[in-house]
Design a protein around this ligand. Structure first.
Ligand SMILES: [Zn+2]
Length: 370
C-alpha cells in the first residue's frame, strides 16, 4: 500500500470528529474484524475530504457489518434514526478474496482494494447526498450515484481504472459476483464498466488516452466521453452548489499521468572507459497523485572494451514523480529524467547510471511510447 499511504491517505491525517453535526462520519461501532481495519483509513480520509467541501444538514454514519448479502446500502434514518451507509462485510470479503486471487504484488493489491472500496463508498455517498440534501434528479438515481463516484474519482484515473474492473465484462469477476451483488437496480455490468472509463477518460482526453487504450473503450464511445464528463460534472456541481463550501474538484488542469504500458529504448556510454550500453523493453507505471512506481523489463547489450556483455534485466521502477510536463524515476542503478511529448503518449529525456567499480557514471538518452 505504499502509493496509497503516500498520496490518498495523506488526506486521513485529520481525525473525523465523532457525532459532529452534518458530516459524514465513521461509526464508532465498527465490528472488530480485518475488514474494519482495512476500510477505516479509507472511510476516514474520504469523509474528511468530502466534509471539507460539502455541508450536510445532519450526520451520515458509515459502518460495516454482516448483511447476509454481498452488497452495500444507504439506509435513510436507520435504526438509531441516523442516516447510515453500510458496507457489507460479505462484499468486502468478496472483493478482498478476488483481489488475492489475482496474485498482485502488495502495492497493486492495496490499490485494487482501495479503488473498489472507494467506488462503492462514493456510490453510496451519492445516494445519501441525494436523500439528505433532497437533490432533484431527472434520470435514474443509480446512474447519478455512479456519476458522483466517477466525478470524485476522475482526478485519479488509475483508481477509476481499477474500480471499473468490478464490472469488466471480460473479467472473471462477473462469474464470481452473484447476480444482485451491488447490482440490484444498478446498470448492467459492462455498461457501468464503460461508463466509469468513459467519464475518467473524458475528464482529460489527451492526458488520459492510456485509459481508453488499456480498457478497450470503443472509439465510437470515446468520442462522446468529453461531453458526457462535462455534463455529469456540471450537473453534480450545480446540484451541490447550495451546500458547497468549495467545489469537490479544483479547476486546475489535470496533472500529467505516466500510468500505462510503455515501450522504451535507451543508449548510454561512459566516455573514457570505453563502456557503452543499449537496451529496449517495456515499463509499466502506475501513478497516484504526482507519484508513480512500477516495473521494467529490458533486453540489451553492453560493450565493455569491445567485448559484448548481456544487459538484459528486469526490476522495479521507484521514486517516480511528475511535475508539470517533467518526470523523474529510478530503475536499477539508473536515474531517468525527461518530459512528456506528443499529447503525453511519448516521453523522452536523459539517463544517468552508476557503474560498478567506477565513480564515473554512464550517461545517455531514452525514449518511450505508450
Ligand atoms: Zn446504488
Amino acid at each position: 500500500m505504499k502509493l496509497v499511504t503516500t498520496s490518498i491517505l495523506v488526506l486521513a491525517s485529520a481525525v473525523v470528529v465523532p457525532h459532529a453535526n452534518g458530516q459524514f462520519q465513521l461509526s464508532t461501532k465498527l465490528p472488530d474484524d480485518e475488514y474494519s481495519a482495512l476500510i477505516k483509513p479509507i472511510v476516514e480520509s474520504v469523509a474528511t475530504s468530502i466534509n471539507e467541501h460539502i455541508s450536510l444538514p445532519r450526520p451520515v454514519e458509515i459502518t460495516s457489518g454482516a448483511c447476509q448479502v454481498q452488497n452495500a446500502f444507504f439506509v435513510p434514518r436507520a435504526a438509531n434514526n441516523v442516516d447510515t451507509i453500510v458496507l457489507c462485510t460479505e462484499l468486502l470479503a468478496l472483493m478482498a478474496g478476488e483481489i488475492r486471487g489475482l496474485k498482485l504484488d502488495e502495492n497493486q493489491a492495496g490499490i485494487a482494494f482501495l479503488s473498489e472500496t472507494l467506488f462503492v463508498l462514493l456510490h453510496e455517498m451519492g445516494h445519501s447526498l441525494i436523500s439528505v440534501l433532497e437533490l432533484p434528479l431527472l434520470g435514474q438515481e443509480e446512474d447519478a450515484a455512479d456519476q458522483f463516484a466517477a466525478y470524485v474519482m476522475s482526478s485519479e484515473p488509475v483508481l477509476a481504472l481499477w474500480a471499473a474492473r468490478l464490472w469488466n465484462p471480460g473479467n472473471s469477476r462477473n462469474q464470481l459476483v452473484p447476480l444482485g451483488a451491488f447490482s440490484d437496480q444498478h446498470g448492467l455490468g459492462p455498461q457501468r464498466y464503460f461508463n466509469i472509463l468513459c467519464w475518467t477518460y473524458g475528464a482529460d482526453p489527451p492526458g488520459r488516452a492510456f485509459v481508453a487504450q488499456l480498457s478497450s473503450l470503443p472509439a465510437e464511445r470515446a468520442r462522446t466521453c468529453p461531453n458526457e464528463y462535462n455534463l455529469m460534472r456540471t450537473s453534480w456541481e450545480r446540484l451541490l452548489k447550495p451546500f458547497s463550501k468549495q467545489d469537490l474538484l479544483d479547476n486546475e488542469e489535470p496533472s500529467r499521468n505516466a500510468s500505462g504500458q510503455w515501450r522504451f529504448i535507451e543508449s548510454m556510454d561512459s566516455g573514457a572507459s570505453r563502456l557503452r550500453c543499449s537496451a529496449s523493453g517495456t515499463i509499466e507505471l502506475w501513478q497516484l497523485g504526482d507519484s508513480f512506481d512500477g516495473t521494467m523489463r529490458q533486453e540489451g547489450t553492453c560493450i565493455v572494451r569491445n567485448v559484448p556483455v548481456d544487459n538484459s534485466t528486469s526490476g522495479q521502477v521507484t521514486d517516480g514523480n511528475v511535475t508539470g510536463d517533467q518526470l523523474r524515476f529510478v530503475a536499477e542503478k539508473c536515474t531517468y529524467t525527461g518530459e512528456f511529448k506528443h499529447q503525453h503518449m511519448r516521453m523522452e529525456g536523459s539517463v544517468e547510471c552508476a557503474v560498478d567499480g567506477s565513480d564515473k557514471p554512464m550517461t545517455g538518452t531514452w525514449q518511450a511510447v505508450r
